[in-house]
Design a protein around this ligand. Sequence first.
Ligand code: PHE
Length: 344
Amino acid sequence: MKEQLEAIQAEALERISQTEDMKELQDIKVAYLGKKGSLTGVLRGMGKLSKEERPVIGEVANKVRESITAALDEKNEKLELLQLEEQLEAEAIDVTLPGRPVKVGGPHLLSSIVQELEDLFIGMGYEVREGPEVETDFYNFEALNLPKNHPARDMQDTFYITNELLMRTHTSPVQARTMQEYKGEKPVKMICPGKVYRRDTDDATHSHQFTQIEGLYVDKNVRMSDLKGTLDTFAKKMFGADREIRLRPSFFPFTEPSVEMDISCKVCNGKGCSVCKGTGWIEILGGGMVHPKVLEMGGYDPEVYSGFAFGMGPERIAMLKYGVNDIRQFYTNDIRFLKQYHKA
Ligand code: PHE
């Protein structure tokens, strides 16, 4: 029996030393020391031994069990350590590697222009207001001295939703809305940026949807020279201190007199080139003195109050300022176009 035990020990130790696998090590443990293991089997037969033999074999058996257990523990520890090392190696982070760059977006060119204009006019004491894009016929036209069937309604081809509802064709309805809200009780000094819609066929210079910024200043003693000074400040801040402006007579039903403002061409400095079509001037915006009827409909007494209004297109301003030659660039969103205007 002693030989049998020693044979088991030799075999077990050999198998333990050979294995490099935790699972196999566990199997070996079961195969020798488990309930049905070979060592356990031999020990069970001890009952058949004589009284003298029993303690001797018992001692041998204990030593065999101890040596197998010790070998198992030792191997287990070794394999655990190995596993940990492998895991650490696999999960290692090289802190010296360069980081992955984070892609940062930036404001759309139009948003930047609108922001710049807002800052400029806030600096001159204007508040920034908003109005609905789905507008009533009343605010878009009637309150601006454009009664139904007025021929000047054809100046702006309109997307009608119902007879009375439409997509606003300009930001001017916000003039009427603001005056009405202020009830003729206090001066108005506001700008309103926003989207407007027209039934135009899209091409390089026309778009069915674009942006406008409206300006309205109503107070006592507001004069044409105030409009001119304001627009001159705007032109010089936006396009450079060396720009000249000129006002040409024009027509809008809601202003009287009405003007169109040009700035001297930046490309040729007024000499005449292809950008200004040889005139030396570039048209920028429309404006004028608020029509007495519009003041009246807004609740302001035209005998006491006067005012000026203007409307400009940020797309046009951006196109002139940055040499963008197709208005569709603003909404087709080619990232190569947009990126050029992201400030670092
Ligand atoms: N609403 C006019 C347009 O869209 C511009 C404008 C605004 C003219 C205010 C005069 C006064 O063409």
